[in-house]
Design a protein around this ligand. Structure first.
Ligand code: TYD
Ligand code: MG
Length: 455
């Protein structure tokens, strides 16, 4: 077979005949790797289309589509992230750093499905069948009679197994180790990952099988990032968390069958992942009393409110160069908010390093975290503590005005449920008619200064 050498971006899959330092498509640096691809068009098209369906076009009007019956697992956090269960015929990518718990989570899903009588095929390309069994023993007492395991990396063989077993659900762990023998490039290369995924997807769609692809994302980008698959699949979930923390967050990035931005919170235990039903309580459990620079904020993740603690620390810069560092918050946004504090409120932060931490490995992307961040930094500088039973939320504009945010009611209810007594919020949000609270004092503010005074 004739081959030619091309260069492929590992981040977005763009191709180029020459090596380029910076990708024109996705702006990432140093992401191009050399790959050889087959040029013989006849064999390439044979590889591309292993299953041809001869369906002819039908009138859209004539199709009766009931809301697909979803398959539910006993893992509620997982079901919610999926949008209420697994849709038959859907393809889901579970991405995450190596060692974060992707195999563990998918094995738990398999065990749960098998227990309720579904036929499941777990394709383990990375671990032997014995290793997989040891993991399954660790996480589940009952495995059920319909969970099949195979150690296989050849896509054609995997498809044969699928055709033979006719499972409800197939897990491929991981997409980076499987390969299509028709392609010359090595497993894990962009073209292998993309072609293998697209063929498996076609099989799953044609047979109505729920397919899960597991993909590693590495910082070095030595393996093709699952990013190149995001447009092929229906749902993209990222499993994240600090490696040395026990908490893991499963996040929806894309979902054709449900809302995005849902999250599921898990805790890694000695017997697998267990669900954290009350994340707010968990995130606040170690909160220090009367510490300066600590503020609690109800942030929204999709439809779900939860409370997290934001901590600020201000210290004198050592080398005449100020640093603004943030964990779990956008560093550029932090620099902007620090500038607001300096210029609009006259706080002296010029020669100070500012550090910010969102506790529990949570990423606060919700604009409602602006005001708490500003208050965490200001109270850290002034060495004042925010009252223990107060929550704060609101977006901050460049002239230090506090702007209204969405889903106030959910935020207030969650704070009330956890026993908070006072809430500092944007004044405009008080207009909402649905706010009903008996025990909570609501303080509407227009500017950051008013918020600081109220505290
Ligand atoms: P794993 O699912 O193998 O990660 P991935 O597939 O994402 O690479 O999980 C790896 C880590 O989880 C490993 O360090 C061991 C830990 N672990 C537990 O703490 N408890 C358990 O019950 C299991 C199965 C794994
Ligand atoms: Mg694994």
């Amino acid at each position: 077979m004739k081959t030619k050498t091309i260069f492929v971006c590992q981040t977005c899959g763009a191709q180029s005949p020459r090596w380029v330092g910076r990708c024109q498509e996705c702006d990432s640096w140093n992401s191009y790797v050399e790959e050889s691809v087959a040029v013989a068009s006849s064999s390439a098209s044979a590889v591309r289309n292993p299953i041809r369906t001869n369906e002819s076009p039908v009138l859209l009007r004539s199709i009766t589509a009931d809301e697909e019956k979803r398959i539910v697992t006993s893992i509620l956090e997982f079901d919610r992230v999926m949008g209420g269960g697994i849709v038959p015929g859907s393809v889901t990518l579970i991405g995450g750093d190596p060692g974060i718990g992707k195999s563990t989570l998918s094995m738990q899903v398999c065990c749960s499905l098998a227990q309720s009588g579904h036929r499941v095929l777990y394709v383990s390309g990375e671990e032997s069948v014995k290793q997989t069994k040891m993991r399954a023993d660790r996480i589940s007492k009952k495995i059920g009679d319909s969970l099949f395991i195979v150690n296989q990396i050849d896509v054609n063989m995997i498809i044969d197994h699928i055709n033979e077993l006719k499972p409800t659900c197939v897990i491929v762990d991981s997409i980076q180790v499987v390969n299509l023998p028709g392609l010359t490039s090595s497993p894990g290369s962009v073209s292998q990952v993309r072609e293998s995924a697209s063929i498996l997807t076609q099989v799953a769609k044609a047979q109505g099988i729920a397919l899960f692809l597991i993909g590693h994302v590495t910082k070095e980008g030595t393996l093709a990032g699952p990013r190149v698959l995001e447009h092929i699949v229906d749902t993209v979930l990222y499993f994240e968390g600090e490696r040395y923390s026990i908490y893991r967050i499963l996040r929806t990035i894309k979902n054709r069958f449900g809302s995005t931005n849902e999250i599921g919170v898990f805790e890694m235990t000695s017997s697998g992942l267990s669900e954290v039903v009350n994340p707010s309580e968990m995130f606040l459990s170690e909160r220090p009393k009367n510490a300066s620079g600590s503020v609690v904020v109800p942030i929204m993740e999709g439809t779900r409110p939860f409370l997290v603690e934001i901590q600020g620390l201000v210290s004198r810069s050592a080398f005449g160069m100020v640093r603004h560092k943030a964990q779990g918050f956008d560093a550029n946004r932090l620099a902007l908010l620090v500038a607001v504090l300096e210029n609009r409120l006259g706080l002296n932060l010029q020669d100070k390093d500012v550090f910010l931490n969102v506790v529990g490995g949570v990423k606060a992307v919700d604009p409602a975290a602006d005001l708490p961040v500003v208050i965490a930094v200001a109270t850290a500088l002034l060495n004042k503590a925010v009252a223990f039973d107060t929550v704060v939320f609101g977006e901050v504009g460049l002239s230090s005005e506090v702007r209204s945010v969405s889903q106030v009611v959910a935020r207030i209810n969650e704070a009330e449920r956890l026993g908070f007594k006072r809430c500092i919020l944007p004044k405009n949000n008080l207009k909402s008619k649905d706010i009903r609270t008996k025990t909570m004092e609501l303080v509407g503010v227009l500017t950051v200064r008013e918020a600081l005074d109220a505290l």
